[in-house]
Design a protein around this ligand. Structure first.
Ligand code: SAH
Length: 218
């Protein structure tokens, strides 16, 4: 485990700007791009040797069999979630902490759950060092986090075989959940809006490939 934060050099900033230009071409709006500009993605990588990789549109292994999501996936999920200042946001699957860091730039009250203990410990330390304000939990995302529920927004960053009922319960009326749903290697991005009367409206936003949202402890 590393014990220092990788510097954010001009070179990193240049590569990041190029990444953001590509995301803008894909229809990502400036509010999301501005948040992503503030987060040096390479700082969430396991090794500085992967500098060039950090700003390509690829997922990357971060240990414990898990991956940091593609920057385009983070951008699209964040745009669909549409986080607003002051909202309570729950993320399922902290992973590297990159998506967590991006969400933190919107002035939300942020909560995130990770079930892999090794990653949980490593990422908690990194996010503290980076001064990212978030409450992290080691636990099972299928259960959500009742202590701080309900949430305005819930973002699931692993592929769910079904929509976890506890997460629907913990969503506020007027709230929204973004969740990739599907078994196997492909999922369809679902945006689920809970209306004021408690009814649900579902919209689909294309195919993605996530690591699975696991149901057993290990
Ligand atoms: N947001 C992360 C994506 C990491 S991949 C990032 O940007 O790096 C998905 C993460 O979900 C993995 O870290 C995996 O360990 C975690 N995960 C899988 N099943 C889970 C569950 N049931 N509860 C919480 N986290 C889970």
């Amino acid at each position: 485990m590393r014990d220092m934060i990788f510097a954010d050099t001009f070179r990193h900033k240049g590569l990041r700007n190029r990444m953001l230009e590509n995301l803008a071409e894909k229809g990502i709006n400036s509010r999301i791009l501005d948040a992503m500009r503030e987060v040096p993605r390479h700082q969430f990588f396991p090794d500085q040797a992967f500098l060039e990789k950090a700003y390509e549109d690829i997922a990357f292994k971060i240990g414990a069999g898990q991956t940091i999501s593609h920057p385009s996936t983070v951008a699209i999920q964040t745009q669909l979630l549409d986080p607003q200042k002051g909202e309570k946001v729950l993320e399922i699957g902290t992973g590297s902490g990159y998506q967590t860091a991006v969400l933190s730039k919107f002035g939300v009250k942020l909560f995130s759950i990770e079930r892999q203990h090794e990653l949980f410990v490593k990422t908690k330390k990194l996010l503290e060092e980076l001064d990212i304000k978030v409450r992290l939990f080691f636990g099972d995302g299928y259960q959500g986090q009742t202590a701080f529920a309900p949430y305005n927004k819930i973002l699931v960053t692993a592929g769910a075989p079904f929509i976890p009922p506890a997460l629907i319960d913990q969503l506020l009326p007027g709230g929204r959940m973004v969740i990739p749903v599907g078994e196997g290697s492909k999922q369809v991005m679902h945006v689920i809006d809970k209306l004021e009367d408690g009814s649900l409206v579902e919209n689909l936003h294309g195919e993605f490939s996530f690591v699975p949202l696991l149901q057993d402890r290990n």
